[in-house]
Design a protein around this ligand. Structure first.
Ligand SMILES: Cc1c2[nH]c(c1CCC(=O)O)Cc1[nH]c(c(CCC(=O)O)c1C)Cc1[nH]c(c(CCC(=O)O)c1C)Cc1[nH]c(c(C)c1CCC(=O)O)C2
Length: 339
């Protein structure tokens, strides 16, 4: 198996810089659309054979150094008792607004409530045995709360922020319950065979550094502390963390995911010897090849040869990117860093 992704997570030297893309399985790939056209997104998530097929697609097509389980951060919220739909963005018919709503939430039994996730992990480990490591993932408690309280995507998640500031005891009870669920969910993925875990905090960066420290950090810290992490690196991606890296670092992950608003070298200066993942602007994949190469080289130059780099985009790949540009980007990283 190709171990350069796991080696880089641990800060070990590698023969070339490993690369994968957030949201690497998805609508920009015609192969994904072929599978997806026959079922809904949730059916795809709940059918281990199909989830396995679309997870492996980008490994073979792009030549990336890691696979990420095909699922969604909201998959384990449905068995907490919240009806979920994708249109294509997530929609909860009855968002959480009161203490009674929080109290009604269940902590799922992972083996019986999300068996398809664990079965997909097991199937994937067999499929990927001779290829690349498998990353499991979940949402950070804060980002999950954003969707559960708002009921859908939003520019400012005002409903959640209102609860956070005006009804702090409801917020705390909700975050506490989500954190407990998340820990069990991610530990179940690890037990099933996930070789690394990524925690997605897509919305953590919309808070001020002091609010992040007060309202988000304690929960993510408890989550990461509670994971069975022996030999399983934890990648913590907080979009918008660039202005508060020293605070986000306290959450305790092994690898810091970076978006493109921060200079990767400056981020590394702040983070010390912690490994990093990132951080190409996803829209660069719409550019001509020479610009893609220039931008890949710029990120690598900012890293200045330090070990512990996993190359990635600074957020998910966009659905209208030409696959050949993603293939070219992966090749650039490998070619420019080959020892
Ligand atoms: C916030 C968030 C969600 N889901 C996720 C996040 C965190 C990462 C991020 O910030 O992008 C994480 C996620 N969602 C999906 C994956 C699969 C693994 C991968 O290839 O990275 C992962 C890691 C599949 C998906 N999740 C979704 C799709 C598209 C669904 C389809 O096929 O119709 C896929 C492939 C749907 C989804 N799911 C979610 C949204 C906002 C949407 C709609 C946005 C969109 O249309 O892209 C919630």
């Amino acid at each position: 198996m190709n171990t350069r992704f796991l080696d880089a997570c641990w800060g070990k030297p590698v023969d070339r810089v490993p690369v994968w893309l957030m949201r690497q399985a998805g609508r920009y790939l015609p192969d994904y659309m072929r599978v997806r056209s026959k079922c809904t997104f949730l059916e795809l998530c709940k059918t281990p054979e199909l989830a396995t097929e679309v997870t492996v697609q980008p490994v073979d097509i792009l030549g990336v150094d890691a696979a990420i389980l095909f699922s969604d951060i909201l998959t384990p919220i449905e068995p907490m008792g919240m009806e979920l739909d994708f249109t294509p963005g997530p929609v909860f018919a009855k968002p959480i607004r009161t203490m009674a709503d929080v109290e009604a939430l269940k902590i799922p039994k992972m083996e019986t409530d999300v068996p398809y996730v664990l079965d997909a992990v097991k199937l994937l480990r067999k499929e990927l045995a001779a290829k690349v490591p498998l990353i499991g993932f979940g949402g950070a408690p804060f980002t999950l709360a954003c969707y559960m309280v708002e009921g859908k995507g939003s520019k400012d998640f005002a409903a959640l922020k209102k609860m956070m500031y005006a009804e702090p005891e409801i917020y705390a009870a909700l975050m506490d319950k989500i954190t407990t669920m998340d820990m069990e969910y991610l530990n179940a993925q690890i037990a099933a065979g996930a070789q690394a875990i990524q925690i997605f905090d897509t919305w953590g960066g919309m808070l001020s550094p002091s609010d992040y420290e007060r309202y988000v950090l304690p929960y993510t810290q408890r989550l990461i502390n509670g994971l069975n992490r022996t030999n399983v690196p934890v990648i913590h991606f907080v979009k918008g963390a660039g202005t508060m890296l020293e605070i986000v670092k306290q959450a305790g992950g092994d690898v810091m995911g970076l978006d493109w608003h921060v200079n990767l070298g400056k981020a590394r200066d702040i983070l010390g010897d912690m490994a990093v993942q990132g951080n190409l602007d996803p829209t660069v994949l719409f550019a001509p090849k020479e610009i893609i190469e220039r931008e890949v080289k710029r990120v690598l130059d900012e890293n200045a040869g330090r070990p512990g780099l996993i190359f990635n985009l600074g957020h998910g790949i966009l659905p209208t990117v030409p696959p050949e540009n993603a293939i070219f980007m992966v090749d650039c990283v490998h070619r420019l860093t080959q020892k």
